[in-house]
Design a protein around this ligand. Structure first.
Ligand code: V55
Ligand code: FE
Length: 487
């Protein structure tokens, strides 16, 4: 038995494993398609120390960077902690010093003022640089080859925002990286920073504006013309924080909003469109323009999807009764209505992925995770406490066009998409999966699917000799880009 709390945040697939190391060659079943060459980076939350906070959450766990390298039909794996200032301080003390999720007023006094972000959400790749991100702070740069931490990154002193989202968007043609930060000028503030990074990695624009209220803005989107900022009613209050309370309270009776800013223009021209009350979105599939309208497709739920946030908010909807779906908000930029038109276009699920080339454009396919109501019972794990049992392939024009449900006692995690250079070939999805053999006994594998035929199941797989922990998010870096980044 571990000393970690016996809660879903630290049990099942969420059991802390604290494995740092290298496996040079995984055992492979089937044949890995020759075109799949590159690095699958994953951001893994895994607490280095037993928390002193009662009911601590996975979202506060130290970030690890995991790299699954696929080269010449072989697969290797490396995993290391991101040496954030927080990791360093606790490493030196040999114990946890940081308190409650996103509440510095609950920390040990010895770490007052120390950067408390944990870099546990997305490994972002842009302009040959690897960033480990978390929305409550700035990114840390990590050497993609050695996995050594290079330090907190402020874009050579240019960045003013105290935070950077874990969900950046990269334009497939211009190669610019668009990102934002919320609570950008301090805890519980409604200040948003909107930033543009050129293809060489320089921060070339940073603008500041206010949301209707301080909101947990986990993701955002770009179309070819606009940047879109979603505001859902999970909010923060500085006085509650000072009393040692939770960072987030969800309000079922507050409006949701999307702010639309001309992508290359001024935040002063922001237009806010109102959506349904009380709903919440973690992940956005994509956005695109159609004439004078902009569509934004999102994985929406009827309340905040995190049980601990609903609990802190006095909302009693249990996880399995939380409704939601894939929704499309349409915003009429030529009209003068401030209401969004909202339609359900697909079944519930999350962790959507589109082809990199479709970002901000009309798209023909998205893939996302779900729990198949006719499939096996889900395994325990992940931030919401239950892991996905199925992948769906979704075409906005036709609906669900494919699906794969795991065998009993398995879980599948967010895939990356690997494009093919062959005309008419949809490429592949690469994901990790776990099989439960018994209590605290799991085998982890890498599964490869044909993206146009996920229903066939994995066409090749690789076995990890070590147990690996599910990521929050991953990122695929083609081998040529990975190798060119050698310092
Ligand atoms: C999410 C994940 C986070 C977080 C806030 O998936 C939201 C959503 C891993 O950290 O801090
Ligand atoms: Fe996310």
């Amino acid at each position: 038995m571990s000393d970690f709390p016996r809660t879903v945040q630290f049990m099942g697939l969420n059991e802390p494993i604290r494995w740092e190391g290298s496996t040079p060659e995984l055992e492979i079943e089937g044949e890995i398609p020759a075109e799949i060459q590159g690095a699958f980076f994953r951001a893994v939350p895994d607490p280095a120390h037993v928390p002193f906070v009662e009911n601590d959450v996975l979202l506060s766990a130290d970030g690890m960077v995991s790299r699954i390298l696929i080269k010449d039909g072989k697969v290797s794996h490396d995993c290391r902690y991101v040496h954030t200032a927080r990791w360093q301080a606790e490493h030196e003390a040999g114990r946890a010093l940081f308190g409650r999720y996103r509440n510095p007023f609950t920390d040990d006094p010895s770490v007052e003022g120390v950067d408390r972000t944990v870099s546990n959400t997305t490994p972002v790749w842009h302009a040959g640089k690897l960033y480990l991100t978390k929305e409550d702070g700035r990114a840390y740069r990590v050497d993609p080859h050695t996995l050594e931490t290079l330090g907190s990154w402020d874009f050579d002193g240019a960045l003013k925002s105290e935070t950077m989202t874990a969900h950046v968007r990269i334009d497939p043609e211009t190669k610019e990286m668009f990102f934002f930060g919320y609570e950008a000028d301090g805890l519980a503030s409604k200040n948003i920073a909107y930033c543009v990074v050129d293809p060489q990695g320089n921060l070339v624009s940073e603008q500041s504006f206010d949301a209707p209220y301080c909101s947990m803005m986990h993701d955002f989107a770009i179309s070819e013309k606009y940047a879109l900022f979603p505001v859902f009613p999970t909010t923060s209050d500085i006085d509650v924080l000072k009393e040692g309370g939770p960072h987030w309270i969800h309000h079922q009776d507050w409006d949701s909003w999307i702010g639309v800013v001309p992508r290359g223009g001024s935040v002063e021209d922001v237009r806010w469109f109102r959506g349904p009350k009380g709903v919440h979105v973690y992940h956005i599939v994509n956005a695109f323009d159609e004439g004078g309208k902009v569509h934004i497709d999102m994985c929406q739920s009827d309340s905040n999807a995190f049980g601990f946030i609903r609990e802190d908010s006095g909302i009693t909807i249990p996880q399995h009764e939380l409704g939601g779906g894939l929704v499309r908000w349409t915003l009429d930029m030529d009209g003068d209505s401030e209401e969004a038109e909202v339609a359900v276009i697909g079944p519930p699920g999350d962790l959507p992925r589109v082809r990199d080339a479709d970002m901000g454009r009309p798209y023909a396919m998205a893939w996302y995770g779900t729990i198949d109501p006719e499939g096996p019972p889900p395994l325990m794990g992940g931030p919401v406490g239950i892991a996905f049992t199925a992948l769906l392939a979704f075409d906005p024009a036709r609906g669900v066009v494919g699906g794969y449900t795991v065998p009993p006692m398995h879980a599948i995690h967010e895939p990356v998409h690997v494009p093919s250079s062959q005309e008419g070939h949809g490429g592949w999805l690469v994901a990790t999966a776990d099989r439960m053999n018994g209590p605290d006994d799991y085998d982890s594998e890498l599964w490869i699917f044909e993206a146009d035929a996920i229903g066939k199941g994995p066409i090749a797989s690789a076995k990890f000799p070590e147990r690996i922990k599910p990521q929050v998010h991953g990122w695929w870096v083609p081998l040529a880009d990975y190798e060119a980044a050698k310092a």
